[in-house]
Every structure is written in structure tokens, then in C-alpha cells.
Design a protein. Structure first.
Length: 64
């Protein structure tokens, strides 16, 4: 009965260099991510699709 086995979650992969680390976003990143996107919105508009009204909210971040 496989449904009775404990669930193990593998750690998310990270790529680390001398000056930068790349990893998947975490919910704890939301506030900083939303602030950066809000500051960059005018610059990004020519290259980004039209943003939904709730794009900077936590639920939208979670869906990414």
C-alpha cells in the first residue's frame, strides 16, 4: 500500500557560484519580489504581457 508510506520531499536544486546563487522562489520571497516588480513595472511594460490586476499579490506569486 504505497499511500501509507511516508512522503519525503527532495530539496529544491540550487546553482551556486562565487557571486550568485540561483534557486526556485519561496513564499518567503514574496514581499521583496513584489517590491522589485512594482519598482520595475514601467521599465518592463514593453517586454512583458499585460499584467493581471492581482499580479503582485501573494496568491499570484504562489501560482508561479
Amino acid at each position: 500500500m504505497s499511500f501509507l508510506r511516508p512522503v519525503t520531499v527532495a530539496p529544491m536544486p540550487e546553482l551556486a557560484g562565487r557571486r550568485v546563487t540561483l534557486r526556485a522562489p519561496a513564499l518567503a520571497d514574496h514581499a521583496e519580489w513584489a517590491a522589485l516588480l512594482a519598482r520595475s513595472r514601467d521599465f518592463l511594460m514593453p517586454w512583458e504581457p499585460i499584467w493581471p490586476a492581482d499580479d503582485l499579490e501573494r496568491a499570484a506569486f504562489r501560482r508561479r
